[in-house]
Design a binder for this molecule. Structure first.
Ligand code: PLP
Length: 410
C-alpha cells in the first residue's frame, strides 16, 4: 500500500490499520471501473443528462478588447448542477458507490459547497447521507445547511477543537471506521490518502478533455496558458490534465494570497515559502504548519481556497516545474470579479476569480494571436454576502440587519 499512490515524494496513504482493507476495496473498485470502457460512457451520459455537460468554452470578447492582448476563453464549470465543478467528482464517486454495493455516503464540508453537492448526489442515487461540519461553519453557512437538510442529509455539527473543517474531517473518519461495510467517504478534492487524489483527478479530467477539444475547434490552436485557482486542487487538476502532455501549454495555478504573502495571512502553500512538507490527514504534501507540525490559521476571502494542505499531484508538478504557482490577494480578487461581471456578465465564484486575477495581469503582454483559457470553477451567486461586504453596499447591509432583527424577535 505504502508504495502506491506516490507522485515524486508526495502522496501515499498513511492509514490506521483498520481502514487499510476499506481503501484496498475502494482502489480495486476504482481500477475495475477505470478499465471498463462502459464506465466512462455511463459517467459522461449521467453528466450530460443531469449536469449540463459538456459545459461551454466562452470567448470573453469584451475582456479581450479591454486588455488588448491574448484572446481570453472561459471554461464554464459554473454551469454544472449545484454551481461548480464539484458535481463532476461527487457524481462520479456516486457511480463507484453503486458498483461497490454500498448504500450510505458521508462527507466533510467547510463552506458547505461539497456538502450540498454530496447531498444532491445521495438524493439522486437514493443513498443515505451524513455530512460533518464544524459548528462554527454550520452557523456561518446557514443557507447551505438548509439545502443539505432539505435534500435529506443529516448534518452533524462538530463541536470539537476549532469547530471547523479539520475537526469535521476527524469526525467523518471516525464514522467511516465504524461503518465501513455500508458506507463510502466522499472526499471532495484531489487530496487525502491514495487513491483519492487519483480518483478525484480522474473524474475532474472531463473538464480538461472537453476544454482541449473545444479550444482546438474554436480557435484552431492550443492555448498559450491555462489558469485555474487552487484550493485542494481538483478543478486545477481537472483542466490541467487535458494539457499536461502539451509541452507548449503553460499551466498556472493560483492560490489564495489573502491579505498578502508578506502578512502570512493567506493560504498559499505552493506560491509562498511559508509551507513545509509533512504528513497529515493521511498523506504527504506541503502544509501551512509551524515548526512543531501544528497547522496554522489560513485566510482567504474565498472559503473554498482556505485549506492547509494541497494536492500531492500539484505539489509534484511544482517540483518538476510543469505548473507555475502564483497567489492573488483578496483585494485583487474582488476587483477582478467586479470587472468580469461588468464586461462579460459572467459571475465567477470568489475562488475562480483568483485565476482571473493572474490571467488579467498577463494577457496584455501576450500577442493577439495567442489564446488563454481560464477555468471558471464555479458561479458567484453564493458569495453575495462577502461581495456585498467588500463593496460596503449599504442597502444590502440594512436589509441583512432588518432580517436579523426580525429573526431575533421571532
Ligand atoms: C471548492 C471550490 C474550489 C476549490 O477546490 P479545488 O479542489 O481546489 O478545485 C474552487 N472553486 C469553487 C467554485 C469551489 O466551489
Amino acid at each position: 500500500m505504502k508504495e502506491r499512490g506516490y507522485f515524486g515524494p508526495f502522496g501515499g496513504a498513511y492509514l490506521p490499520e483498520i481502514l487499510v482493507g476499506t481503501f484496498d476495496e475502494f482502489e480495486a473498485a476504482f481500477e475495475a471501473a477505470r478499465a471498463d470502457p462502459s464506465f466512462w460512457r455511463d459517467y459522461e451520459a449521467l453528466m450530460g443528462n443531469y449536469s449540463c455537460r459538456p459545459t461551454p468554452l466562452t470567448y470573453a470578447e469584451n475582456l479581450t478588447h479591454h486588455f488588448g492582448g491574448a484572446r481570453i476563453y472561459v471554461k464554464r464549470e459554473d454551469l454544472n448542477h449545484t454551481g461548480a465543478h464539484k458535481a463532476n467528482n461527487v457524481m462520479g464517486q456516486g457511480l463507484l458507490v453503486r458498483r461497490m454495493g454500498k448504500h450510505r455516503v458521508i462527507a466533510e464540508t467547510g463552506a458547505g459547497q461539497h456538502g450540498v453537492a454530496t447531498a444532491t448526489m445521495a438524493a439522486k442515487f437514493g443513498f443515505e447521507c451524513t455530512i460533518y461540519m464544524g459548528a462554527v461553519d454550520v452557523a456561518r453557512q446557514r443557507p447551505n445547511v438548509f439545502w443539505m437538510e432539505r435534500l435529506g442529509a443529516q448534518v452533524v455539527s462538530v463541536t470539537d477543537g476549532s469547530q471547523t473543517l479539520k475537526d469535521a474531517i476527524n469526525e467523518a473518519f471516525r464514522d467511516w471506521v465504524t461503518n465501513m461495510d455500508t458506507t463510502h467517504y466522499v472526499l471532495g478534492t484531489a487530496c487525502g490518502p491514495h487513491p483519492f487524489p487519483t480518483v478525484v483527478t480522474y473524474f475532474q479530467s472531463i473538464v480538461g478533455q472537453e476544454a482541449r477539444r473545444q479550444v482546438l475547434d474554436q480557435t484552431g490552436r492550443l492555448p498559450r496558458r491555462v489558469y485555474a485557482c487552487v484550493g485542494g486542487g481538483s478543478n486545477a487538476m481537472g483542466i490541467f490534465s487535458g494539457f499536461l502532455a502539451d509541452q507548449g501549454v503553460e499551466l498556472v495555478g493560483v492560490e489564495a494570497g489573502g491579505h498578502g504573502l508578506e502578512t502570512h495571512r493567506h493560504a498559499a502553500r505552493l506560491a509562498s515559502s511559508d509551507a513545509s512538507v509533512g504528513v497529515a490527514q493521511g498523506y504527504r504534501t506541503y502544509f501551512l504548519q509551524d515548526d512543531d507540525g501544528q497547522m496554522r490559521e489560513t485566510h482567504s476571502v474565498a472559503a473554498g481556497l482556505d485549506y492547509v494542505g494541497v494536492s500531492p499531484i500539484l505539489a509534484n508538478l511544482r517540483e518538476t516545474r510543469r505548473v507555475r504557482f502564483e497567489a492573488a490577494t483578496d483585494r485583487e480578487v474582488v476587483d477582478a470579479l467586479s470587472l468580469t461581471v461588468q464586461k462579460e456578465g459572467l459571475i465567477p465564484a470568489l475562488e475562480s476569480s483568483h485565476a482571473f486575477v493572474q490571467a488579467f495581469k498577463e494577457v496584455g503582454k501576450l500577442p493577439p494571436e495567442d489564446v488563454v483559457v481560464i477555468n471558471q470553477s464555479g458561479r458567484g451567486d453564493k458569495d453575495i454576502f462577502t461581495v456585498a461586504d467588500a463593496f460596503e453596499d449599504q442597502a444590502w447591509q440594512a436589509f441583512i440587519q432588518q432580517k436579523a432583527e426580525a429573526y431575533r424577535a421571532h
